[in-house]
Ligand binder design. Structure first.
Ligand SMILES: NC(=O)c1ccc[n+]([C@@H]2O[C@H](COP(=O)([O-])OP(=O)(O)OC[C@H]3O[C@@H](n4cnc5c(N)ncnc54)[C@H](O)[C@@H]3O)[C@@H](O)[C@H]2O)c1
Length: 438
């Protein structure tokens, strides 16, 4: 629940951003923040930095920047820490990821080199294609969580941070279904002590964050905090959480196009999506068990947007397929093809082809920034548990138990902006607009 009259505390001092996974997305995010601060680029792609929000009536002419409307941490006040089972510092890792060119990275070298990963909680069982050696050792998963809590506390002290937030930018783990050990915090803690197999690396970090009162957001499709035990812990400790899986490329396009087809009552026979990508993420996803986690996340979108049960004549039995193929020469510059078979008036078929030559991490980095700033805002506004208003940023948005997720990007954006208006006691915008014609 958001209390409309709750006071939002001001973002004073530094905000520590703690990142499991110092790979392509996170180094592109950190480098981008430094480049923006150095005046080398505007913050393209970031709603918190470039977006505006309309207040009141259309005739009021009140459209401030979001960052001037609601108190968000300043980019100057962000400090970064990370964990990774590969020992490369942020500069070396960014160079290997190959997202940013040397000319953009070199001016940032000193700052990036100073970000060295802490040893990771890493068991290869959960990410088969990754061989990490910079790894914590302990007798139990509980002891590993305690080590992460110590890392969190010493980072806060060292950086003199006022507040912290953790955001998972590490590899996609193998598919795990929710099970008994995830059902209550007591069972989960017993599972940590007994090294239960159903507790992967990511859950150890999430537990450590929530125990430390640190908000946790999940950029990958892993279950992680999307289990009753950790959602309860988040609520009990008054910590915001959110996930899963940054909505960056092909799925972004899906959630832009599908609401349009539905709005015009155009039917769908099939949607075939294929990708080639050659970064480390692509290599990890080449393992069928990690791909399964990603596939579930990518497939759910159309079902929820098109509502086949509500519109059986249009959307019953549409065929939906998603493939990801690891193709090293392409690096981070993913290419995706979508073939969409739709039908209209009198059942006549039509086709749409989308060929998106995107850059995965360039699309994901501003999502990380916005989630960091909005997640911290949520914490300062006393919002705890699942932050459904941030669904805009995710492929598989987390919701309260029993509630279906909202995938339509336009509804998600309206929900996000209305939440900001609500927090500031401004009137919500319904787009009714009858008063202009009275
Ligand atoms: N547009 C996008 O790039 C995009 C979109 C949605 C989701 N994601 C997800 O974001 C994540 C990061 O993507 P990326 O392209 O940066 O991948 P990447 O492979 O470049 O980086 C991931 C990093 O995580 C590290 N890692 C793995 N397990 C870890 C652990 N237990 N603890 C700490 N570090 C660990 C790896 O060593 C690697 O350096 C992936 O799960 C990916 O599926 C990315």
């Amino acid at each position: 629940m958001i209390d409309k009259n709750a006071k939002i505390t001001e973002p004073k001092g530094k905000l520590g951003v703690l990142i499991p996974g110092l790979g392509a997305v996170s180094t592109t995010f950190i480098a981008g923040v430094q480049a923006i601060l150095n005046g080398h680029t505007p913050p393209y792609g970031s709603l918190t930095q470039m977006g505006t929000i309309r207040l009141g009536k259309r005739t009021d002419n009140r459209t401030p920047m979001i960052k001037d409307f609601i108190p968000l941490a300043r980019l100057e006040d962000l400090v970064f820490g990370a964990w990774d089972p590969i020992e490369d510092d942020a500069y070396e890792s960014a160079r290997k990821a190959g997202v940013l060119e040397e000319k953009d990275l070199l001016p940032l070298k000193k700052g990036l080199e100073s970000i060295k990963p802490m040893k990771a909680v890493f068991d290869q069982k959960y990410v088969k294609r990754l061989n990490g050696t910079w790894v914590k050792k302990a007798a139990s998963k509980m002891a590993l969580a305690e080590q992460v809590m110590e890392d969190i506390a010493s980072f806060k002290k060292r950086e003199n941070a006022d507040r912290l937030l953790m955001i998972w930018c590490a590899s996609t783990e193998i598919f795990i279904k929710p099970q008994d050990v995830h059902s209550t915090i007591e069972k989960f803690e017993k599972g940590l002590a007994a090294n239960d197999e159903a507790i992967p690396n990511s859950m150890v970090y999430a537990y450590a964050a929530l125990k430390s009162g640190v908000p946790f957001f999940n950029g990958a499709p892993n279950l992680t905090v999307d289990i009753p035990a950790l959602m309860d812990l988040a609520r009990n400790n008054s910590v915001p959480v959110g996930g899963k899986d940054f909505k960056s490329g092909q799925t972004l396009m899906k959630t832009i196009l599908a609401p349009g087809f539905k709005a015009r009552m155009l039917g769908l026979n099939g949607w075939f999506s294929t990708n080639i990508l050659g970064n480390r993420d692509g290599e990890v996803l080449d393992d069928p068990e990690s791909f399964k986690t990603k596939e579930e996340s990518k497939l759910s979108v159309l079902e929820y947007i098109l509502q086949p049960k509500v519109y059986p004549e249009l959307y019953k039995d549409f065929y939906h397929k998603v493939r990801i193929n690891y193709y090293p020469p392409r690096g981070d510059n993913k290419e995706s093809w979508d073939n969409i078979d739709i039908f209209g008036w009198m059942g006549y078929p039509m086709q749409i082809k989308v060929n998106f030559l995107c850059r995965d991490s360039i699309l994901a980095a501003p999502i990380v920034l916005d989630l960091v700033l909005f997640g911290d805002l949520a914490q300062r506004a006393g919002m705890r548990g699942v932050q459904e208003w941030l669904s805009f940023y995710f492929k598989s948005p987390m919701t309260a138990p029993g509630l279906y997720p909202e995938h339509d990007i336009f509804i998600q954006l309206m929900k996000l902006k209305n939440t900001l208006r609500h927090l500031k006691g401004e009137e919500l915008i319904t787009h009714l607009g009858l008063e202009y014609y009275d």
